[in-house]
Write a protein that binds this ligand. Structure first.
Ligand code: PLP
Length: 388
């Protein structure tokens, strides 16, 4: 059976060029980068070279980049680390949004249990956070604002530069979860005015198990992990130099290919969007019409027009060989409606009946057409069994 992978926002395949760049280092540079002998020094050299290349990719300095296990750890480090450092100064109010990834939302929940006050700024019906709402939410004891760059379910891009101005004016640390934007659109920490950000290599054709946190010089952040003095005492644990090489190679490829890929994604996204909008009854395209990532297209079936079972929809697509997701979290075997779509005002059934297509480096027009055909088959099969 033909298989089509359209779930690149969940993870991407490893680019063969990334694999080739990493492979020799697993054998040749297995040393511990903290060891003083030649094996250690060799591993240290490739680790630092990789750090330097990743830092340049986002306009940062290499002494502001710290390797982590991925995006989740970087987000947790940002929230817990800033909050714990700020509490010493009596600041305990945190602003975030209702459409964040769970890596931020659940870290914030943990802080609430520790006595912090957490305020969730709402999103509009496009999944966009209004910077004016963030500004209004600031209090004298606000220590951190954490707003994601682009949402992973609907692709809407937030206006970080405006939010960062509001944060700077009041001396508040500004963190952004940039896991979905790095490698897709240009991210520059200075242009956007970000103090901390989270990166994950497996979202842009790099290896799983490595990411990074950017921490602007002078930002007070407590470490999350305690142990050795690796990563300038910010993140204990032996670094993985071969993965760092893959991470840097993946970043370098994105730097080279981003513009051309974005153009291709827009074209394919437009083909898919038009087909969905023209050929399906009750379809709603989720996300901002223009301020949106080129590689994500999320569509819901309006429950008042085309009532569909969300779980069966995704399973049906899988049976047709098309890997997509609903944007809903699967908890103990049952689909929970997405908190993002609910925050955008979708009712529970509509939120569940959602398909997120996310395109990637090797997605072809033929695959996009195949996915649209598959959706036709699945929906018409379901309509036959669903009570009208
Ligand atoms: N933040 C966002 C917006 C994401 O989409 C993801 C992954 O889906 C993460 C954080 C977590 O990243 P990782 O899988 O590297 O832990």
């Amino acid at each position: 059976m033909k298989r089509v992978y359209l779930d690149h926002s969940a993870t991407t395949p490893l680019d063969p060029r990334v694999r080739d760049a990493m492979m020799p280092h697993f054998n040749d540079h297995f040393g511990n980068p903290s060891s003083v002998h030649s094996y250690g020094r060799e591993a240290r050299a490739i680790l630092e070279e990789s750090r330097d290349r990743i830092a340049r990719f986002i306009g940062a300095r290499s002494d502001e980049m710290f390797f982590t296990s991925g995006g989740t750890e970087a987000d947790n480090h940002a929230l817990l680390g800033v909050a714990r450092a700020a509490r010493r100064k009596g600041k305990d109010h945190i602003i975030t949004s209702s459409i964040e990834h769970h890596a931020v939302l659940h870290a914030a929940e943990r802080l609430r249990e520790d006595g912090f006050e957490i305020l969730h700024v709402p999103s509009d019906h496009n999944g966009w956070v209004d910077p004016a709402d963030v500004r209004r939410a600031i209090k004298p004891n606000t220590c951190l604002i954490s707003i994601m760059h682009a949402n992973n379910e609907v692709g809407t891009i937030n206006s970080l530069a405006e939010i960062s101005v509001a944060a700077k004016e009041r001396g508040i640390v500004f963190h952004s979860d940039t896991v979905q934007t790095i490698g897709k659109i240009k991210v520059d920490v200075n242009r956007l005015g970000i103090d901390l950000l989270a990166i994950s290599a497996h979202k842009f054709y790099g290896p799983k198990g490595i990411g990074a946190i950017y921490i602007r010089r002078g930002t007070a952040v407590e470490p999350l992990l305690h142990g050795g003095s690796q990563e300038s005492n910010r993140r204990a644990g032996t670094e993985n130099a071969p993965l760092a090489v893959g991470f840097a190679k993946a970043a370098e490829l994105c730097d080279e290919l981003m513009e051309e890929e974005a153009g291709r994604f827009w074209r394919l996204r437009e083909i898919l969007r038009q087909r969905l909008q023209n050929e399906f009854k009750g379809i709603i395209i989720n996300g901002h019409p223009t301020e949106v990532l080129p590689n994500i297209l999320s569509a819901s079936f309006d429950s008042s027009i085309t009532p569909l079972d969300g779980e069966a929809l995704i399973m049906g697509m899988d049976l047709e060989g098309v890997a997509v997701t609903s944007g809903s979290a699967c908890t103990s075997g049952s689909l929970e409606p997405s908190h993002v779509l609910r925050a955008m005002g979708r009712d529970e059934k509509t939120a569940k009946a959602t398909v997120r297509f996310s395109l990637g480096r090797w997605t072809t027009e033929e695959e996009v057409e195949y996915a649209a055909e598959a959706l036709h088959k699945v929906v018409s099969r379901m309509e036959r069994v669903m009570p009208s």
